[in-house]
Write a protein that binds this ligand. Structure first.
Ligand code: ADP
Ligand code: TMP
Ligand code: MG
Ligand code: ZN
Length: 206
């Protein structure tokens, strides 16, 4: 499949992005869509980055502990190992934690779509510092992917754990100093906050 621009199915796939802060339900929404793909007897494949070993080595797991079996990859181009020969038979490709891939995932996604396969991904839009989440090679960030035309972008919110409003769009790091962008964790180190609460707590940190 690599370097081929042959559109085998003569139709294009749909691109669906699921974004939001931690705890907003991105993985749950991804797993809900995988379940529907199952019901429709579609052939699907789910990828997750090796960085994310939070709840399980092989499965994608939501904070509510719902799971699906995933292919764990180190580099974006390993996607081709799994879908290369099966390309004619795959209907849907799913990605969780897309912010933990390298930026080559952007052209790879475009090529998969061109082959008539639907893509649905879940990704953090922002770091816990409120900045666009960079891909791991630092060449591009998640905003470069979001800038592509999508058939659907689902922008989820969490509940702000400080004021209770259902409009948390930020993730806040609760475990003190955080010097690196990537720090895998869950509710022991991160929480979801609305804009007002995030700004207040960030100002206190300074
Ligand atoms: P994400 O992948 O976006 O981090 P998940 O789909 O894994 O989210 O988990 C969503 C679940 O997290 C919710 O169904 C809820 O049970 C739980 N949760 C924990 N904290 C919050 C919060 N602050 N707001 C909303 N849901 C929360
Ligand atoms: P989640 O969005 O499915 O909850 O998972 C997000 C993962 O990303 C989790 O392991 C924590 C990690 N993370 C970082 O490494 N850096 C960050 O700045 C943020 C917000 C999350
Ligand atoms: Mg998730
Ligand atoms: Zn708040």
């Amino acid at each position: 499949m690599n370097n081929t621009k042959l559109n085998l199915s003569n139709k294009s796939g749909k691109l669906v992005g699921i974004i939001g802060p931690m705890f907003s339900g991105k993985t749950s929404e991804l797993l809900r869509r995988i379940k529907r793909s199952n019901i429709a007897r579609k052939n699907w494949i789910l990828f997750k980055p090796i960085i994310d070993q939070r709840y399980s080595k092989m499965d994608v797991v939501s904070h509510d502990l719902i799971t699906a079996e995933a292919k764990v990859i180190k580099k974006s181009n390993e996607v081709y190992i799994y879908i290369g020969n099966n390309i004619k038979h795959i209907d849907d490709v799913f990605f969780d934690e897309l912010q933990f891939f390298d930026s080559e995932i952007i052209p790879i996604i475009q090529e998969i779509l061109f082959n008539g396969i639907n893509i649905t991904y879940a990704a953090l839009q922002a770091t816990s510092e409120g900045k666009p989440f960079p891909f791991i090679d630092n060449q591009k960030h998640i905003g470069d992917l979001l800038a592509l035309p999508h058939e659907e972008i689902i922008n989820l919110k969490a509940v702000c754990t400080r004021c209770g409003n259902d409009n948390a769009v930020f993730t806040f790091y609760t475990a003190g100093e955080k010097n690196e962008i990537i720090k895998v964790g869950g509710s022991e180190t991160y929480t979801a906050l609305c804009r007002t609460c995030f700004n207040e707590l960030m100002n206190k940190k300074k």
